[in-house]
Design a protein around this ligand. Sequence first.
Ligand code: AP5
Length: 224
Amino acid sequence: MATQPMIVILMGPPGAGKGTQAKRLAAKLGIPHIASGDIFRWHVHNQTELGKIAKPYMDKGELVPDDVTIAMVIDRLSQPDCADGVLLDGFPRTLPQAQALDERFAELGWCIHVVPYIRVSEEVLLRRLSGRWICRNCGAVYHIEFRPPAKPGVCDVCGGPLYQRSDDKPETAKRRLAVYFEQTEPVLAYYEKQGLLVEVDGERSIEEVEQALLRAVKFAEKGN
Ligand code: AP5
């Protein structure tokens, strides 16, 4: 029997540390990291048709419509590098997205392995978003207070310039959190009912959260 690809869906509110952890986990698990937000930002930066559609929603902290987002992620999942598994970050974020993903996985004969959920309080989330800096070249994520680069404004990994996301402005960040509670929290219940959700305390150090996430993946592996 062919081995099942490893499908991990990392959930958590804006600023919980999904991107930070997904990069580490994907490297350790040897599977690609697919982040819907990163794909949208690439399209916005390169002024593609998809970027022009997504930009007004992202600027306001709203979700990009489901039909556009689902088509984009399903297309990405068809790429050959996903054959052995994927780590999804930022998708699904609505129930229709979760259902569309299930339908696609059913067609492919794939099963979701585990859905780790990084829990962080609202107060900490806002502090994390307001202090975040990202490398324009390689996407490495820093925090002015919790994970500062060795040289201000310069990436430790590749020497690229660091920038702040425009949707991290306090008003937009608050709107993103509100949208998360309204539209994405129901997705947690959807996966909990299927016995896939594993909660991880996201207020510990980056290294401790990483260890907890790796344990959640390994534990699910044994159970499958
Ligand atoms: P997206 O890019 O997915 O943003 P998000 O979910 O809001 O998540 P973030 O990237 O803000 O946070 P994160 O959890 O990755 O945290 P990070 O690791 O950077 O989406 C952006 C927009 O795109 C959406 O608003 C929407 O418009 C659109 N979009 C995307 N997907 C969509 C979808 N499926 N449907 C519709 N629209 C969609 O960490 C944050 C900071 O904290 C960093 O500075 C980091 O260094 C620091 N940090 C991390 N962990 C720790 C720790 N343990 N201790 C201390 N500091 C830490």
